[in-house]
Design a protein around this ligand. Structure first.
Ligand code: EPZ
Length: 417
């Protein structure tokens, strides 16, 4: 398993261009299953999860061609309506194949994703919605099997806001017979981006960006060419990289309006930023102030930025309070940061981060995608050598991070093991 060897401290200076959003690319790739026509996706990120989803589409019967950041998908011969365990276990978002497959082909077999480091991650709300639309759902030998001659439009309220649950049912409803109304839907930009793509394919969807989606099913959908939105979490991650190293960064090709809650917290912490329509200029040389925030569904503070802010707050002049309200076990990075000299006390879903604490290089282990990013950020500011183990977590969602950071003044070596 590869690991990073990082020598700090460093100061990041320069420009960085944000790639397409992983969490928009994955549902967009699942939507390819809704049509036999060619689909083109632009601004696609080069990350492992996208590769994995491509392999699942290939198994199902789609040709996937990649030229730079453009991916082309075309139905070859659908032979196996199945997303197999050995791929799903590495990428939970494979569950997004369920809705499109059962809606278009009347059958789907998708491995139960199982839990992950940050929580149990059930998919009960996805399944309840499909059952409400008439699907017969069985779970056999670790696989979800969904059957339905044709889904019927339904009225469905999500008990909890779920991003991929909303995406799954929106895709399923696009080809269902009649009207589906989804209440308490997620409104993350990635959900809206998927809805825009589906509309471009001929779907009839109203209410995008609101918690009530109304979808009138159609008989078939045609192909499209769709640009993936910039990655708001990668944008936030690199903003923290600039702030924690007291650097000067210009973040280009981003969508600041998609991470306003993050910008508000960074500004409250004393990070100076000039925000334009598609770029952010950060000057991270002022004192850092402690902050208090709770993660919540969009437009609230994103849970996917919690670990990165925790790293930054180890450098603030005072005690920060971070509450994680989305996942039940998303503080695994705290113990690793403590090994680097941080002082973080966990009490249930609340973390108190005492600062400022001088960080020292150490050997640390990544547990999930965003925790791995937080450890890299801390290593950039730490004095000495840090080894970050299991960076395959990082490769799932960040495009060539060591190359981009080294170009800005970091000293990161990828050691293949
Ligand atoms: C999406 O995961 C993202 N992944 C996650 O990003 C992100 O952390 C999460 O949304 C929250 O914003 C993708 O978009 C591919 P949820 P998702 O369903 O859809 C509970 C990353 O780092 N729930 O919104 O799986 C669930 O347990 C990843 O890029 C149910 O109880 O998350 C959680 O507590 C990590 N039953 C809450 O809802 C269900 O059927 C929100 O989960 C579904 C969800």
């Amino acid at each position: 398993m590869d690991h990073f060897r990082i020598v700090g401290p460093c100061r990041l200076v320069g420009r960085i261009r944000i790639s397409g959003a992983k969490n928009a690319a994955l549902p967009a790739m699942a939507a390819v299953l809704l049509t036999e026509d060619e689909v083109q996706l632009q601004n696609m990120p080069a990350v492992w999860d996208v590769e994995t989803m491509g392999r699942i589409l290939d198994i199902i019967g789609y040709d996937v061609a990649r030229e730079g950041d453009v991916a082309r998908f075309r139905q070859r011969r659908v032979q196996d309506l199945c997303a197999p365990y050995d791929l799903v276990r590495t990428m939970r978002a494979s569950i997004l194949c369920l809705g499109p497959l059962v809606s278009r082909f009347g059958y789907a077999k998708v491995s139960l994703p199982g839990g992950c480091a940050i929580g149990a991650r059930p998919v009960n709300l996805h399944l309840a919605g499909l059952e409400r639309m008439g699907a017969e759902i069985e779970v056999e030998h670790g696989y979800i099997i969904a059957r339905c001659r044709r889904l019927c439009g339904a009225d469905y309220t999500f008990e909890k806001v779920t991003v991929t649950g909303t995406e799954n049912l929106m895709m399923a409803a696009a080809l269902a017979d009649g009207r589906t109304t989804l209440h308490n839907s997620a409104v993350e930009p990635e959900v809206t981006d998927l809805g825009e793509m589906l509309r471009c394919m001929g779907a009839r969807i109203e209410g995008l960006g609101t918690r009530q989606l109304v979808i009138d099913g159609v008989k078939s959908l045609h192909g499209c060419c769709h640009p993936i939105i910039p990655d708001r979490i990668t944008t936030g991650t690199y903003l923290v990289a600039g702030a924690i190293t007291r650097g000067e960064l210009v973040i280009e090709n981003c969508r600041p309006s998609h991470l306003q809650a993050v910008l508000d917290i960074l500004a409250a912490a004393g990070v100076r930023m000039e925000v334009m329509e598609d770029r952010i200029t950060l000057t991270g040389n002022g004192p850092l102030r402690p902050v208090t925030f709770t993660t919540s569904p969009y437009p609230g503070f994103p849970t996917d930025m919690q670990a990165q802010l925790m790293s930054l707050m180890t450098q603030a002049d005072g005690t920060s309070c971070i509450r994680e309200s989305i996942f039940e076990n998303r503080f695994l990075h705290a113990m690793e940061l403590d090994r680097m000299g941080a002082k973080i006390r966990i009490d249930g879903n609340t973390a108190l981060v005492y600062g400022p604490r001088p960080l020292q290089g150490a050997t640390v282990t990544a547990s999930d995608l965003r925790a791995s990013a937080s450890l890299v950020l801390a290593a950039l500011a730490a004095k000495g050598e840090t080894i970050v183990r299991r960076i395959y977590h990082l490769d799932r969602g960040y495009e060539r991070m060591e190359e981009k950071l080294n170009a800005l003044g970091a000293t990161i070596e990828r050691i293949r093991a």
